[in-house]
Design a protein around this ligand. Structure first.
Ligand code: GUN
Length: 286
């Protein structure tokens, strides 16, 4: 599915180029977080593969908020850049919400600016939808899993996944029309809630948190987690697991996504789609 979306994006990019606009994405990384470095490299590579212009800007951990805001201002007006993102998390001394608020909403391909959050909630189609829940929704649509009338239970209430996922499932649109429950680390008797799910989306950031007894037989399970756990038998000393105990849960679920190789592949494809949307919506391309 991710590959199919990338091919669709490549076609859209070629059309833009034939009209004299090459869609461009800039990715900004502050500091040396190991996971963030991997993500940023993958995003840059994926851009080039679909024919986009790509810039990766790496800044030292000591970068000040003022310096980062100046970079945001420059990218906001750079005509070669249709979309950009600041990789999160940021170093502690930088106020994340102030930086996100400074991004031009028309270039906010992460969909984290309050203007895009609001547009998503009211169902405005020009919204940029956060790539991870957008990828989850596309996966369900393309797999023929009907969300209309289903009970979608989301575990996790982050601004990046849980909250936008809830908004998308609520929309009166394809991939929406669900009955939505959001639960989180403070929810009382969480297993009694997850067992009600027809579609269970898990993004709580705890390795193998969802166990077999928490899933209704026949449910569809989407695992958004990426966790490192120690593994002496692995050359790296660790392995990657999701937020769902895959093996036991796969025995009762009607469909389930693996980690790695599941939602993560979709996320980058949706970021590329958002960048194409930014280029198409920009005044430069019309
Ligand atoms: N960190 C984890 N996920 C994301 C994402 O989707 N966008 C950005 N900018 N940072 C992240």
């Amino acid at each position: 599915m991710a590959q199919a979306i990338r091919q669709e994006v490549a076609k859209g990019v070629a059309e833009c180029v034939s009209r004299g606009v090459q869609p461009g994405l800039a990715v900004v990384l502050v500091g040396a977080d190991a996971a963030s470095q991997l993500y940023v490299n993958s995003k840059g590579k994926a851009c080039l593969e679909v024919g986009m212009h790509s810039e990766t800007i790496r800044l030292p951990t000591e970068t000040t908020e003022t310096e980062l805001l100046a970079l945001v201002d420059r990218l906001n007006t750079d005509p070669a850049i249709h979309g950009f993102l600041i990789q999160l998390p940021l170093p502690k001394h930088i106020d994340e919400s102030r930086v996100l608020l400074r991004i031009n909403p028309e270039k906010d391909v992460d969909g984290f600016h309050p203007v895009n959050v609001g547009k998503l909630v009211v169902g405005n189609p020009t919204a940029f939808r956060p790539a991870t829940p957008y990828g989850v929704q596309q996966m369900l649509i393309r797999a023929g899993i009907e969300s209309k009338g289903a009970h979608a239970v989301i575990v996790g209430r982050s601004n990046i996944v849980g909250k936008p996922m809830a908004s998308m499932f609520l929309q009166d649109a394809p991939g929406g029309n669900a009955t939505v429950t959001v639960c989180h680390s403070r929810s009382r008797d969480l297993p009694s809630i997850t067992r009600l799910a027809d579609i269970l989306v898990v993004a709580i950031g705890k390795p193998e948190f969802v166990t077999r007894d928490m899933v209704r037989p026949g449910a569809v399970v989407i695992d958004v987690g990426i966790n490192r756990v120690p593994d002496a038998g692995n050359a790296k000393g660790y392995r990657i697991v999701g937020d769902v105990a895959y093996g036991p849960v796969a025995e009762v679920a009607s469909a389930i996504t693996p980690v790695p190789g599941g939602v993560g592949k979709m996320t980058i494809a949706m970021l590329l789609l958002n960048t194409l949307q930014a280029a198409q919506q920009s005044r430069l391309s019309v």
